[in-house]
Design a protein around this ligand. Structure first.
Ligand SMILES: [Zn+2]
Length: 101
């Protein structure tokens, strides 16, 4: 929590919603066509995303995603993005296919 009582995660979600809102507006004006950007994963935790991938039978596709801030593949395992990814797979009880390359 920050001093406003809003969690850092919620602050990030609000910032992302704002960014998508402005992108939609800019694209719609630039293309003169109503654009809607759908973000079905924006409110889901990493664990929920991994579980959803399993439910859809697409966990193997996640080996093609890249999250490491250090640009390493399969990942440095130390940066915040790698730590969150590992936590999400661990909590979901699923082995990260990124490490099966
Ligand atoms: Zn990393």
């Amino acid at each position: 929590m920050n001093n406003t009582g809003i969690s850092i995660r919620m602050t990030a979600v609000i910032a992302l919603f704002s960014a998508f809102f402005f992108m939609e507006r800019a694209l719609s004006q630039g293309l003169d066509y109503k654009i809607k950007i759908h973000t079905p994963l924006i409110n889901k935790s990493k664990k929920e995303i991994v579980i959803l991938a399993r439910k859809l039978g697409i966990v193997e596709i996640l080996k093609w995603t890249h999250t490491c801030y250090e640009g390493k593949r399969p990942g440095c395992g130390k940066c915040p993005a790698c730590v969150l990814r590992e936590k999400g797979f661990r909590e979901a009880g699923i082995k990260d296919p990124l490490f099966n390359l």
